[in-house]
Design a protein around this ligand. Structure first.
Ligand SMILES: [Ca+2]
Ligand SMILES: [Ca+2]
Length: 467
């Protein structure tokens, strides 16, 4: 019997790998209007009822970068749907610029009644860049009624528009489990953060001056359980902060790297029994420092890429080896002399532990997801989902990927794609199955708190590897 059990365990990865995918449309939400930008986050509507909040617009997501900003031709709208796909309400924000940096949104149950409130940044005056009109608003998830409004902390004035108008919301928990909402201004230069308690009293404030010392912010703010004790911390750029106190626990590269990182990806290295952190960097210090680094928990460089120039906008760590071994990707925009289409991705993949370059069989600029819940990742890009061998297992077609996380109470992570006509489709796998271990991973507060960040920055696109 023992021998049989051992054999079964030995064969388990093979049995799981051989499982066929059976994708289907598990849920659709109809926005009934053309969309060029869309975000979506699951929320709780009270009495254990799930729902979804979405932000969308017929305008593309407008970026504050001066080389990208255009006058918006449409406003952002917020809509909430229940778990069956019925729309409960929608509301337009007439004075707010429709873009992820101008208007982050986060559902969070701050008052502990089992129903999330919806927090977002809105401009309440007609002047688009007047700090005095900006508010942190709170809406009732069931009705859309605004139940609170607080003046948004102004970013420091004397900096480029691209730097000034990047706002974030981060929702996590203090050491005693009580909710903490963090509001953030600034990414590339100085950074201001304020943390709020359930009663919206100030818990702590952090100001990082633009003094050239230490890392700046990133485009996502992953939440981790650094000490594996249930307490939560978050990363902003290469800095790690306690939700409880705002204390900065470390900066990965000290004040060697003083610029902005596009990606920071924590992942638990089970073999070494420690956290590792992967970062891909945008600009600054040309020719001096590597543009992608893998750190261990002590801040030691496990490995780094040779390239010290370029805008490494893309990166991920995913379980793409034959047995789910971790692979890291670093991808940059092309250099001018490469004569590649602008916006294309020049990327390489590496063994996450050793840094040895490894080849994989699918286009690598994309979003990592565990679609069938087996602990081995798939990758979504260009309207297709690839398994680790490069096989297309699902064609989601034309549209914007809005989520690649567990957003339904079904095994595995789902892909949520919105069509240009405004139909949001939740793709799930009928054959998805989670081992108890995998189920336990998805069932952590840290996983759920990361999913909550899906409508903030590029929170929708980093994989959660807090295992
Ligand atoms: Ca509540
Ligand atoms: Ca999988």
């Amino acid at each position: 019997m023992k021998k049989l059990l051992c054999l079964c365990l030995l064969w388990l990865p093979v049995m799981l790998a051989a499982r066929e995918y059976a994708p289907y449309e598990a849920l659709t939400l109809d926005l009934r209007t053309p969309v060029r930008q869309c975000r979506l986050t699951p929320l709780l509507l009270g009495d254990g009822k799930p729902g979804f909040v979405t932000v969308f617009s017929a305008e593309k997501s407008i970026d504050p970068y001066e080389g990208s900003f255009t006058f918006p031709k449409d406003t952002p709208k917020i809509a909430v749907f229940d778990g069956e796909g019925r729309e409960l309400w929608r509301r337009e924000l007439p004075c707010t610029i429709p873009g992820v940096w101008f208007m982050p949104l986060l559902p969070m149950d701050m008052d502990g009644d089992g129903c999330d409130e919806i927090y977002y940044v809105a401009n309440t005056c007609e002047r688009p860049f007047d700090y005095s009109g900006f508010r942190l608003e709170r809406a009732d998830a069931r009705t859309g009624e605004v139940t609170g409004s607080w003046r948004w902390t102004a970013p420091s004035h004397n900096q480029a528009n691209s730097y000034k108008w990047r706002f974030l919301l981060i929702g996590g928990h203090a050491d005693d489990g009580s909710p903490v909402l963090v509001t953030v201004q600034g990414t590339y230069k100085d950074i201001r953060m304020q943390a709020w308690n359930a009663d919206m009293s100030c818990r702590w404030k952090v100001e990082i001056p633009d003094d050239g010392h230490g890392a700046r912010g990133s485009h996502s703010t992953p939440i981790i359980d650094l000490y594996r004790d249930g307490r939560e911390q978050f990363l902003y750029g290469e800095r790690c902060f306690s939700f409880d106190t705002g204390k900065q626990l470390f900066i990965l590269d000290g004040d060697v790297w003083n610029e902005h990182s596009d990606l920071v990806q924590p992942w638990w290295n089970d073999e070494a029994g420690c956290w590792c952190f992967f970062t891909t960097r945008e600009k600054g210090d040309d020719g001096k420092l590597p543009r992608a680094v893998m750190f261990d928990q002590s801040g030691r460089h496990l490995w780094e890429i040779a390239e010290c120039r370029g805008h490494y906008h893309h990166g991920w760590v995913g379980n793409f080896g034959p047995h789910g071994e971790r692979i890291a990707m670093a991808g940059r925009y092309p250099f001018k002399n490469e004569e590649l289409p602008s916006g294309s991705c020049v990327a390489r993949t590496y063994d996450a532990v050793t840094g040895e370059e490894v080849g994989i069989d699918f286009p690598i600029k994309g979003t990592v997801v565990d679609f069938n819940g087996d602990g081995i990742h798939e990758l979504h890009t260009g309207g297709k989902l690839y398994d680790r061998t490069g096989r297309v297992v699902l064609t989601t077609g034309k549209g914007i990927l809005v989520a690649a996380k567990k957003v339904l109470g079904l095994p595995g992570e789902q892909l949520v794609v919105v069509s240009p006509e405004g139909r949001i489709v939740f793709w799930a796998d009928r054959n998805a199955f989670e081992t108890p271990l995998q189920q336990a991973r998805f069932d952590t507060a840290v996983y759920r708190d990361n999913v909550r960040l899906s409508s903030v920055g590029y929170g929708h696109r980093f994989p959660v590897l807090n295992f």
